[in-house]
Design a protein around this ligand. Structure first.
Ligand code: C2E
Ligand code: CA
Ligand code: CA
Length: 600
């Protein structure tokens, strides 16, 4: 096919320019012994038209249209200067030029309309034979550029490229699901707003938004509904924004609104939050049913002490988390004191992860006794001896581990360690019958493979299920009830006992209780402690005991600290006890010693 003909075809769209060039190059290669020659086509303002798409010219023996240019000519001053000079002249007057720069040799051919063809050789100078061999391509491209640029063909390539870049930009700055700006975008906008606020001496604000009951919706109605809800929420939050405001989805069910300029004449910040709450108040229509949601808001105003967007976001997050911790559906302003708190939590989180394999964690046992003070078993309670902070209470670190999910590996370790203790106890005739209770966090229990995990730990430690009791809280049981029942039944099949911890503080739903295969209720400490002085608590304890009796459940009172409470609890019909009055939680060795059993 004659070159001329091919150009016509190419312009008509039948043959791709690149296919054509490739074919020519391989033809030219046959006359050459050159190892590799790179070919770039430069247009004004954009990079190599070929580079992004040429794939299969990597073979070193061929002319290559490289995917990644080994040397970027735009970075080489000599070439840049020449290009600048050329662009000021009439291209018809330009002559091909050689340039040597660093290790590379370049041959530049002026095309038209500012396009330049650059032949690039690394290390080895371009021989005249190479330049001659490539001349048909050069000529071809010269005429191609002339015609194509006139007809906008190459321009459209440029456009395609620009569009692709814009698209990439969009993907980088937007959230997949909702199409809203994402965290990256927001961070840039906050930084801009921060700078402007400092220079203009005004205030801006960030409102951190976290939906309150989203997880429940996701769990109960499925992810598709959850996704749809997030889209609807995003749409609503983005409605009627004032110019300059940015609403972004940060991930999950977290959003944030940037108010770059809090103008005294405009709505106050509180009014903005109110309008956000109003937007969320109306039910969201999904195919299933209308959904009602609420949210927690963390507010922070800048500029303050913070240096950048990331710390502003963190402040919003911290304030929002405080709302969550104190009952949701509210708003809080960030205060530096919250920071210290968050820092401490952050530190504990990091240290915890490193400590799990070491001996900083230990289990203590607190015996559970009957009315005659005979030990029936014990609850294991984790203790953390931090190398610098000293003793850290589980009340401080379990909640962090639950939030971050670290409770899952940690809980597994605890169960493992508890079973090791059981194995030791089973070596003593006096303690062989003890049942050991282990606290199980909701997140751990809801792991899909929870039962399998328990199985494998029992098998590894050679301990019978009947020696194990799992303490669950009421809130664990309310989530996904069908699955909970299934899991509990599976555990019961293995003779594992199940007790409900802190009973009386949660929902105490009778209907659930009736359906759940539970063995025991643990009356919360708050009722047991001082029960002999409180008529209210007595009534509650009595009711719990009566109800347990009807469902055939055992009852244990925990937090028994003195004889008066104990006697009163006995009167009310309670027959198992746990508390400082009998034993404090302590390491196994110590406990066996105090029971005069000696350690094995
Ligand atoms: P909990 O499960 O309700 O554990 C009972 C808590 O009451 C223990 O505190 C225990 O030391 C304390 N206690 C026992 N008797 C008395 C008493 O007579 N008076 C008073 N004032 N307190 C008494 P601890 O060990 O600090 O644990 C606190 C909470 O941390 C536990 O509450 C439990 O929710 C959690 N926790 C502790 N160990 C573990 C564990 O291994 N796994 C999980 N998931 N949570 C744990
Ligand atoms: Ca417990
Ligand atoms: Ca408890």
């Amino acid at each position: 096919m004659a070159i001329q003909h091919e150009i016509v075809l190419s312009l008509a769209g039948d043959l791709d320019l690149k296919v054509l060039v490739r074919r020519y190059m391989s033809t030219c290669m046959r006359c050459l012994s050159a190892r590799s020659v790179h070919l770039h086509l430069y247009l004004d303002g954009i990079d190599d038209v070929f580079a992004a798409e040429a794939k299969d010219f990597q073979d070193g023996r061929y002319f290559a249209i490289p995917r990644n240019m080994p040397v970027h000519p735009e970075n080489i001053d000599d070439i840049r200067q020449l290009l600048q000079r050329w662009r000021q002249q009439d291209f018809r007057e330009l002559e091909p030029t050689r340039i040597e720069s660093g290790d590379s040799h370049y041959h530049l051919f002026p095309m038209s309309h500012g396009a330049v063809l650059i032949l690039e050789r690394h290390k080895i100078p371009l021989r005249d034979s190479v330049v001659q061999a490539i001349s048909p391509i050069v000529e071809y491209l010269q005429s191609y550029c002339e015609v194509a640029l006139k007809h906008g063909r190459i321009v459209s390539e440029v456009e395609k490229r620009t569009r692709a870049e814009q698209r990439l930009q969009h993907i980088a700055y937007h959230d997949d699901l909702t199409g809203m700006p994402n965290r990256l975008y927001l961070v840039e906008k906050i930084n801009e707003a921060l700078l402007a606020a400092k220079q203009g001496d005004w205030k801006g604000a960030l409102i951190y938004i976290d939906l309150d009951n989203f997880r429940d919706i996701n769990d109960s109605l499925g992810h598709a509904v959850g996704d749809q809800l997030l889209q609807l929420v995003g749409e609503r939050l983005a409605n009627n924004l004032t110019e300059g405001e940015v609403i972004a989805r940060l991930g999950g069910d977290e959003f944030a609104l940037l108010v770059p300029h809090l103008d005294a004449h405009k709505l106050s910040l509180m009014a903005i939050v109110e309008s956000l709450r109003d937007k969320l108040k109306q039910p969201f229509q999904t195919p299933e049913r209308p959904l009602y949601i609420a949210a927690s808001f963390g507010l922070t105003v800048f500029p303050g002490d913070e240096e950048d967007a990331v710390s502003i976001l963190r402040q919003g997050d911290i304030a929002m988390s405080q709302v969550k911790a104190s009952g949701r559906n509210d708003l809080k302003f960030y205060e530096p004191a919250m920071d210290a708190d968050a820092r401490a939590r952050f530190r504990l989180d990091a240290d915890m992860r490193n400590a799990l394999g070491s001996d900083q964690f230990q289990l203590h046992l607190q015996p559970q006794v009957d009315q005659n003070a005979q030990v029936l078993g014990a609850e294991v309670l984790i203790r953390w001896q931090h190398p610098e902070l000293g003793f850290v209470s589980p009340l401080d670190f379990i909640s962090i581990a639950e939030k971050t999910g670290f409770i899952v590996p940690m809980g597994q370790w605890i169960l493992h360690e508890a079973c090791r203790h059981i194995a030791l106890l089973q070596q003593h005739p006096e303690t062989r019958h003890w049942r050991i209770a282990v606290n199980i966090s909701a997140k751990q229990f809801h792991q899909p493979k929870f039962v399998e995990m328990v199985d494998s730990i029992l098998a590894q430690s050679g301990v019978p299920g009947s020696a194990l009791e799992l303490e669950l809280t009421e809130s664990t049981l309310l989530d996904n009830v069908e699955q909970v029942i299934e899991k509990m039944a599976a555990l019961r099949e293995r003779d594992i006992h199940i007790s409900i911890d802190d009973f009386g503080t949660g929902y105490s739903s009778l209907t659930y209780l009736k359906r759940l295969p539970v063995n025991k209720l643990k009356i919360d400490q708050s009722f047991a402690r001082g029960v002999h002085l409180s008529a209210d608590d007595s009534v509650i304890v009595e009711a719990i005991i009566a109800m347990a009796g009807r469902f055939g459940l055992d009852v244990i009172a925990e937090g028994v600290e003195d004889i008066e409470d104990l006697e009163h609890l006995v009167e009310l019909g309670c027959d198992e006890f746990q508390g400082y009055y009998f034993y404090r939680p302590q390491p196994l060795d110590q406990l066996l010693e105090s029971l005069q059993l000696g350690s094995s």
